[in-house]
Design a protein around this ligand. Structure first.
Ligand code: GMT
Length: 407
C-alpha cells in the first residue's frame, strides 16, 4: 500500500505512535510518507524507507520541542496542505491517516474537497486533548466535529476515549478502538543497565510528561513533597514543558530540590524509566497515557488518578495503584506503603511488565494495517461503506487553532 501519515513533530504520545506506525509499515514493505511540520523531535530509524516531508527546518523554529503546537498560521497550513496534495496526487496514496485532529482533520478535509473521488482513503486517530479540550470548546468543537465527518474511518486509543469522543462530537457510532502500543524490545525490565526495582534503600520515583496544565504537574510536585516528609525518596523528572517553572518553585519553597533530578527532553527514555521504582502521575485526564504503558513495560508500577483510559492501562492493585483525582492524601499514603514494601513492589513490577506485553507494537500495527486493507477492499470491490461520508463545508478551519485554552 501507499500510505501517508500526518502527525506533530514535537514531543508527545500521538507523534510517537504515528512515527512508530510509519516505521513498521515501511519495514513491512509499504511505501510510507510521513508529513510533519518540522523534522520530528522523536528519533527514529530513517534508514527504513519512510519518506519524510516537512515544511520548515528545525533550526530557528520558535516552537519548543516540548509544546504540542496546534496554532498553525494560515501560511503553515497552506504549505502543509500543498505538500500533502502533491504527494497524494503524484504517488497515488491509497490511505492518508492523521494522528491528532488539530490541525490535521482540516488538512484531511481539504484533501477530500480538492481531490474528490480521487482522494486517498481518509483515516483519523483521536488521541486526547483534541477531544477533551478542543472538542469541548464552544466555538471550535462543532467545527472540529464537522471536519471528522468526511473520514472513511475514525479510531481512538481507548474505550473510554471512544465514549468521550462519541458524546463530545455526537458521533453516530463510536470510533474504533486501536490501543496504543509500545516497542517491547526497547521498553523492558533491565533496560536500565540491569537496575533491580525495589533494590535501593532510597527509592526513586519517576514522572514523565510534557508538563502541560492537563498533566497537573504542580500536584505531582506537592505529592512528592508530602512523600518526602515521610520517606527519603528521590524524584526523576523526564520531559519538559510549560509548568516546569511552577514545579521548580514548589520544590524550592519546600527545600527538596536536592532530591530532584531534571532530565529534560530525552530520547532514551527506557534506560531512565527502568532505573526507577514507581511512576507518579496526577493528570486531570488521559485518553490512555503512553508513559504509564512504557513504565509498566519496563517493570515499573504506576500510581495514577482513576481518569479517562488510565484504568484500562493500569490494573488497580495489580500493575499499579489508582486514586481519585484529587485524593492526594491517598496517593501519598499509597506511594509510601508501596515503596516501603520491596516484595510487593517487585511483584507489582513483574505483573506490570507481563500486562504490558498485551500492548506490543507489532499487534498495534497489525490492527492499523488490517483497517487499511478492509477500507481498500470496500473501495476496490465497489461496496458501499457502512457509513458513507459526505464532505461538509467548513467555514474557518484555522479558527480552531485559536482560543482553545487550558491545554
Ligand atoms: O492529546 C494530547 O494531550 C496530546 C497527546 C500527545 O500527543 O501527547 O497525548 C494524548 O495522546 C497520547 C497518545 O495517544 C495518550 O497516551 C495521552 O494520554 C493523551 N493525552 C491526554 O489525553 C491528556
Amino acid at each position: 500500500m501507499r500510505i501517508g501519515i500526518m502527525c506533530h513533530s514535537t514531543f508527545g504520545g500521538s507523534a510517537l505512535i504515528a512515527i512508530q506506525l510509519a516505521d513498521l509499515l515501511a519495514q513491512r514493505g509499504h511505501r510510507v510518507h510521513l508529513f510533519t511540520r518540522t523534522p520530528p523531535f522523536i528519533r527514529w530509524d530513517s534508514g527504513n524507507g519512510v519518506t519524510l516531508h516537512t515544511i520548515a527546518p528545525p533550526d530557528g523554529d520558535p516552537i519548543s520541542a516540548a509544546d504540542l503546537h496546534v496554532n498553525w498560521s494560515t501560511a503553515e497550513f497552506e504549505a502543509f496542505l500543498s505538500s500533502v496534495l502533491k504527494v497524494a496526487q503524484t504517488e497515488g496514496l491509497d490511505v492518508l491517516h492523521f494522528h491528532y485532529a488539530v490541525p490535521f482533520s482540516f488538512v484531511s478535509h481539504a484533501v477530500k474537497t480538492r481531490m474528490g473521488v480521487d482522494s486517498p482513503l481518509l483515516v483519523g486517530t483521536l488521541h486526547g486533548t483534541d477531544v477533551s479540550i478542543h472538542g469541548k470548546h464552544a466555538d471550535s468543537g462543532p467545527e472540529l466535529g464537522n471536519a471528522l465527518k468526511h473520514l472513511d474511518a475514525l479510531t481512538t486509543v481507548s474505550t473510554s476515549h471512544a465514549r468521550l469522543a462519541s458524546d463530545v462530537f455526537g458521533l453516530p457510532m463510536p470510533p474504533q478502538v486501536i490501543s496504543n502500543f509500545v516497542d517491547l524490545s526497547r521498553f523492558r525490565p533491565g533496560a536500565g543497565d540491569g537496575y533491580q526495582i525495589g533494590s535501593r534503600t532510597r527509592p526513586r520515583i519517576a514522572h514523565v510528561s510534557n508538563f502541560r496544565p492537563v498533566k497537573r504537574a504542580p500536584d505531582m510536585a506537592r505529592v512528592f513533597v508530602s512523600i518526602r516528609e515521610r520517606i527519603n525518596a528521590a524524584l526523576w523528572l523526564i520531559g519538559d514543558g510549560a509548568e516546569m517553572g511552577l514545579v521548580r518553585a514548589i520544590f524550592n519553597r519546600h527545600s527538596v530540590n536536592d532530591h530532584v533530578t531534571y532530565w529534560g527532553l530525552q530520547h532514551d527514555i527506557p534506560r531512565l524509566l527502568a532505573q526507577t521504582d514507581l511512576l507518579l502521575l496526577t493528570s486531570q485526564t488521559e485518553s490512555f497515557c503512553l508513559a504509564a504503558l512504557e513504565a509498566m513495560a519496563c517493570g515499573v508500577p504506576v500510581l495514577a488518578p482513576r481518569v479517562g483510559g488510565l484504568p484500562e492501562v493500569v490494573l488497580d492493585g495489580e500493575t499499579g495503584l489508582l486514586f481519585e483525582v484529587d485524593d492526594h492524601a491517598y496517593a501519598v499514603n499509597a506511594a509510601v506503603e508501596l515503596l516501603c514494601d520491596p516484595i510487593r513492589l517487585q511483584g507489582m513490577g513483574e505483573a506490570a511488565a507481563r500486562h504490558a506485553r498485551g500492548f506490543s507494537h507489532v499487534e498495534g500495527v497489525d490492527s492499523y494495517e488490517a483497517l487499511y486493507r478492509r477500507l481498500l477492499d470496500v473501495r476496490t470491490n465497489g461496496r458501499r461503506a457502512a457509513h458513507p461520508r459526505e464532505v461538509p463545508v467548513l467555514s474557518h478551519p484555522l479558527r480552531l487553532a485559536t482560543g482553545a485554552a487550558g491545554e
